[in-house]
Design a protein around this ligand. Structure first.
Ligand SMILES: Nc1ncnc2c1ncn2[C@@H]1O[C@H](COP(=O)(O)OP(=O)(O)OP(=O)(O)O)[C@@H](O)[C@H]1O
Ligand SMILES: [Mg+2]
Length: 148
């Protein structure tokens, strides 16, 4: 099964790569096309924040294979300037630059969980998760293939 994927984020091209990797992992985990698109869009926003606000960083995508649900975990890290007021930055329209300020709050709405850890002068880590419930049939099939 797919393992963690690490995408260095330096340029706009890397945003495209991270987005594609996110979509591929979501598909692998059995997310709907719609949910895969939501995940990919959230990754784009967070990757763009790295390029625009922190210059460079990385995004790590990790699958979670639970018994009752599958998850996709996205961790975006940088050693940029940090965010002085994370709570304010999570509000619509806070964006300090030319942006609309919808990146962080938008990503939070697209994902099931979003958590920001940031220290001024040290950098920022954004952790986001999206979950998919597994149905009875899927679990049964897995148990069967495990016992073979
Ligand atoms: N990785 C980061 N490093 C430093 N500051 C960040 C980072 N990500 C977000 N921020 C800060 O949080 C603010 C809000 O981010 P958000 O993505 O919501 O808006 P934006 O990037 O300004 O505009 P938009 O994403 O709508 O184009 C940013 O303006 C910036 O000040
Ligand atoms: Mg942004």
């Amino acid at each position: 099964m797919a393992d963690e994927r690490r995408v260095p984020i330096v340029s706009d091209d890397d945003m495209v790569t991270a987005r594609a990797e996110g979509r591929a992992l979501a598909a692998h985990l059995g997310f709907s096309r719609t949910d895969a698109t939501l995940v990919a869009t959230a990754i784009s926003e967070i990757a763009r924040n790295i390029v625009v606000h922190a210059h460079d960083g990385e995004i790590v995508l990790t699958p979670v294979y639970g018994d009752s649900r599958y998850g996709l975990v996205v961790v975006a890290r940088d050693r940029g300037p940090g965010i002085p007021d994370v709570e304010a930055a999570m509000q619509d329209g806070y964006g300090s630059s030319n942006g609309l300020g919808l990146g962080l709050p938008g990503a939070r709405r697209l994902m099931d969980e979003l958590h920001v850890e940031s220290e001024v002068g040290r950098g920022t880590t954004v952790t986001m998760k999206k979950w998919r419930d597994r149905d009875e049939l899927e679990r049964l099939r897995e148990r069967r293939s495990d016992s073979r």
